[in-house]
Design a protein around this ligand. Structure first.
Ligand SMILES: Cc1cc2nc3c(=O)[nH]c(=O)nc-3n(C[C@H](O)[C@H](O)[C@H](O)COP(=O)(O)OP(=O)(O)OC[C@H]3O[C@@H](n4cnc5c(N)ncnc54)[C@H](O)[C@@H]3O)c2cc1C
Length: 381
């Protein structure tokens, strides 16, 4: 059964990667349809720390250019804030954070070490256990739920369509090209497809002979009762990332992660592992002078990791695919722009995507996950 009510471009996956790509395509006047098996942003995209500072990425400059413009471009707030302080409780952390500040500076974003007095003034909840810290002047963070909502509304404002609760069962190809996607209601036709299905991109792409090496891991976050408002909303450190919400809650996450096997219906990570106790302990290490705050919420999300930890953004024939390897929220304004360029022009107009190409994994051993130890120790979820 073929349903001609597809679209010129079908985007599989309504996380930030798929939504941003669809938004950029809709901005260019393309007839675009996003399909999500659940609701938009329900997986990693609505559950992350909101960090937007990926200095190691070829998309960094575009990430930093776009975020301050996003509220105006989307027409909706993302609660983006610029500037971040990162605090260390060990010499090892301090060394690493100083290196990060140096990398930011080398890329044109002056960042510097701050002394204990400045730390006490800017982060009054930090305690005497803090050895030092850095101020990353342009690193930023936004509210993931608001951002997902903003992308989704902006796509629809531009005439794009979003169908939720519509799993794509397979990509349908004819004569070597994808001509549509199969859903429970039949086949939706398209001229080209964007696969942005998070951990499930691998199985969808495998169906048309594309091998995308990713390993899924559970990451967790905790949220506390509101704390006194800090002048700077983004204070990372002690191995944690996160933000203070507009209401004052501290929303934080951080490794270690737990490796997962992803079953046919996708991941269903649940919180409640020992990671939560570990996160809570480290949060009180970061803010030792915070008043007693209860952890009021926690959740888990699944991130997909490539063997070298960098995203894959690539195109083969009329199939463009994007998998963000744990840095997809912050990079989403830029990744969507890159996907739009690949779909419409065949190449990215603002960055060299060579480092993000799939071909860098040519010749990868089949058992690369086992070799890295990135395997689940539990049952398939
Ligand atoms: C706890 C946590 C903290 C994080 N912190 C940060 C951070 O601070 N900064 C940062 O940049 N990144 C962070 N990340 C990573 C970031 O959230 C992800 O890289 C990003 O959200 C990936 O977005 P995505 O759209 O590619 O994938 P996803 O968000 O996984 O979205 C994929 C979508 O595809 C849909 N889908 C799957 N299969 C199908 C199918 N067959 N048919 C239709 N739809 C399908 C799913 O329902 C889902 O909505 C964090 C992640 C977690 C879990």
């Amino acid at each position: 059964m073929s349903n001609p009510k597809g679209a010129t471009v079908i985007v599989v996956g309504g996380g930030v990667s798929g939504l941003s790509a669809a938004w950029w395509l809709a901005r260019s006047g393309v007839d675009v349809l996003v399909l999500d098996k659940g609701i938009v942003g329900w997986e990693a995209s609505g559950r992350n720390g909101g960090g937007a500072s990926h200095y190691q990425s070829p998309l960094f400059a575009e990430e930093q250019r776009l975020w301050p413009l996003m509220d105006e471009m989307l027409g909706y707030t993302t609660e983006y804030q610029r500037g971040k302080i990162v605090l260390a409780t060990t010499e090892g952390q301090l060394k690493h954070y100083k290196y990060v500040a140096q990398m930011f500076t080398e890329q044109g974003s002056p960042s510097h070490e701050i002394d204990r007095q400045e730390i006490r003034e800017r982060v009054p909840m930090s305690g005497d256990n803090i050895l030092g810290g850095v101020h990353l002047t342009i690193a930023g963070q936004a509210n993931p739920q608001r951002t997902v909502q903003g992308y989704a509304w902006a796509i629809q404002d531009l005439g794009g369509r979003i169908l939720q609760h519509t799993p794509v069962l397979r990509l349908v190809s004819e004569g070597g090209k994808v001509v549509g996607v199969e859903t429970r209601d039949g086949i939706l036709n398209c001229d080209s497809v964007v696969v942005a299905a998070g951990p499930q991109s691998a199985s969808l792409l495998a169906g048309i002979g594309i091998d995308l090496p990713i390993a899924a891991a559970r990451a967790e976050m905790i949220v506390t009762e509101p704390a006194p408002m800090m002048a700077i909303g983004a204070v990372d450190g002690n191995g944690l990332y996160g933000r203070q919400t507009k209401r004052g809650n501290l929303a934080y996450g951080g490794g270690p992660h737990e490796w997962l096997d992803v079953g046919p219906s996708g991941p269903s990570a649940r919180p409640g592992s020992p990671l939560i106790r570990n996160l809570t302990k480290r949060l009180y290490g970061l803010f030792a002078k915070a008043p007693s705050l209860r952890v009021i919420r926690s959740w888990a999300g699944v991130i997909e990791n490539t063997p070298d930890g960098r995203p894959v953004i690539d195109r083969i024939d009329n199939v463009t695919f994007v998998t963000m390897s744990s840095v997809g929220f912050g990079l989403s304004p830029a990744s969507g722009h890159a996907v739009r360029d690949l779909v419409m022009d065949g190449k990215c107009s603002f960055a060299d995507l060579e480092k993000l190409s799939l071909k860098r994994f040519d010749g990868l051993d089949k058992d690369w996950r086992e070799q890295k130890g990135w395997v689940s120790r539990s049952e398939t979820l």
